[in-house]
Design a protein. Structure first.
Length: 497
């Protein structure tokens, strides 16, 4: 029989609900907030999902919940003591990841307690909801709990965080790495945004990185830059000391700052009172009911029949990108606010939540599904699944095509923001263009009374127009304000004389 890796084994516990122990005494709280040190704010006996957090979370006094403490410092994990920071009079100086006090770390401590204080406070408050869950997953996989501060550095514990490089979720997985570690991504869902599933994947990735490099400094640096980059840096400089690697020019500043940033967050996060964070209002630790719904369920209808705001359904199920559950899955387990399951079980006719309120588009001329998909920025396979009878057929004028948008919903709704994202290579090209425009706007002459114009053609670049007309790019920019305002478009007339 094939032996399951630890990070896969824990996924069965978390994702199939084997750890969940429903409590008959569970209650919905009136407030979603609790204050730091407030008595009775964490009551494991009254939770519905007792298995996704540990019962000793408050043992680390003055810490973000989920941090390591004296009760978690057990073999085979190592314990690291912070030295060199005695002047700070810190209460908690032991960690289960290496933490160093040096100018790089001190710089980030100064930032998060100064100019970035508001950011830290926001991250820490959100951490009350998710950090204990992440900590439990890490611990179940034999990894240090203080790696929750890596997630804090990556996303501020925000499930829908997306970087300029399109990394996604609380652990900021890139698409390829997410798929490699079992996170599904398609039109309907992106499991990189699921705090439980993504944490299981992150535990697997971090374990592989630590096995590869043998130290948490290099493993966390590899999480940021990629294992290949760190491996080449080690080979180039002949050392496995992260701090020595940072002295060279090969690693990007982002990676050089990444490890000390995590250390700074851990130092502050385990000594909140020492840094003046005495009155943090932590979010209530994640708890939820689970309900099984059929394929292609309308989430807005679920919200309506259960009297739950649709925004709450989205918050509990951040991996779902659209207004319905994936049609290709026979059923789906939704996480819902505690108390929702009892209402769901009372609902006799569950077909009322089936997704049926699709928008339709009537063709104005002969077209194909592929052309319709391109026009509406929808993957062809999604449109084909909704319109199987039209697959491979010519859609004549007046044909009605079902679209994956909900009736009365605008395709520009925030839910579909990803359809209008500009690819990274085009974003970089646009930035380069405007940098150039900015640099030349103060140079060159201006054609004050233009008498001759050039009509921009599709595919033209500023450099090509300059060569064709014999007018320098500086003069073109200075003489045509539209170039500075929005760039060039086919049909624009540019003054050239």
């Amino acid at each position: 029989m094939m032996k399951l890796r630890p990070w896969i084994a824990v996924s069965f516990c978390l994702l199939l609900g084997a750890c969940a122990t429903p409590s008959k005494n569970s209650k919905k709280t009136a407030s979603g907030w609790r204050s730091f040190g407030e008595e009775g704010t964490y009551t494991p006996g009254g939770r519905t999902q007792q298995g996704i957090v540990d019962s000793d979370l408050t043992a680390c006094e003055g810490c973000i919940l989920g941090s390591s403490h004296h009760g978690t410092f057990v073999s085979p994990l190592r314990v690291f003591e912070l030295k060199g920071a005695e002047h700070l009079n810190l209460k908690n100086t032991h960690f289960d990841i290496p933490v160093t006090w040096n100018p790089q770390v001190a710089k980030w401590v100064a930032y998060f307690t100064g100019r970035g204080r508001e950011w830290f406070q926001r991250y820490a408050q959100r951490g009350g909801r998710y950090a204990p869950v992440l900590s439990k997953v890490l611990n179940e996989n034999g990894l240090p709990r203080d790696l929750i501060y890596l997630a804090m550095a990556e996303s501020g514990f925000q499930n829908i965080a997306k970087s300029h490089a399109s990394a996604m979720g609380p652990w900021q997985f890139m698409s390829f790495t997410g798929r490699k570690y079992g996170l599904n991504q398609d039109w309907w869902m992106d499991e990189r945004r699921d705090p439980l599933k993504a944490s299981v994947a992150a535990a697997g990735y971090l374990k592989d990185l630590h096995d590869l490099f043998g130290s948490w400094e290099l493993a966390t640096a590899g999480y940021n830059a990629g294992e290949g980059k760190i491996g080449r840096a080690i080979k180039r400089y002949g050392t496995r000391d992260f701090w020595k690697l940072t002295k060279g020019r090969y690693l990007k500043p982002e990676t050089k700052n990444y490890v000390p940033k995590i250390m700074a967050l851990a130092i502050i996060g385990k000594n909140l009172e020492s840094f003046g964070f005495n009155e943090l209002a932590f979010d209530t630790t994640l708890d939820y009911d689970q309900i099984d719904v059929p394929a292609n369920t309308d989430l807005m209808e679920v919200a309506r029949v259960l009297n739950v705001p649709f925004e709450e359904v989205q918050r509990y199920n951040p991996e779902l990108l659209r207004w319905q559950t994936p049609p290709h899955l026979p059923s789906y387990t939704l996480r819902m606010p505690v108390g929702a399951k009892a209402e769901w079980d009372k609902l006799e006719d569950k077909t009322v939540v089936s997704a049926a309120k699709y928008q339709t588009w009537t063709t104005k001329k002969s077209t194909t599904l592929a052309q319709a998909a391109q026009q509406h920025r929808v993957p062809l396979h999604v449109l084909t699944a909704l319109n199987p009878a039209l697959d491979g057929q010519r859609c004549e004028e007046g044909t009605q095509i079902k679209l994956p948008f909900r009736d009365s919903q605008d395709s520009r709704d925030r839910m579909y923001a990803d359809l209008y994202e500009v690819p990274k290579k085009f974003r970089k090209a646009r930035r380069s263009y405007y940098r150039y425009i900015s640099s030349v706007s103060e140079k060159g002459k201006t054609i004050s009374r233009p008498s001759k114009f050039y009509t921009v053609k599709k595919g033209d670049t500023l450099w090509q127009i300059s060569r064709k007309t014999g007018v320098s790019m500086d003069v073109l920019v200075r003489s045509n304000k539209t170039l500075k305002r929005r760039g060039m478009m086919p049909g624009d007339k540019l003054a050239i004389k």
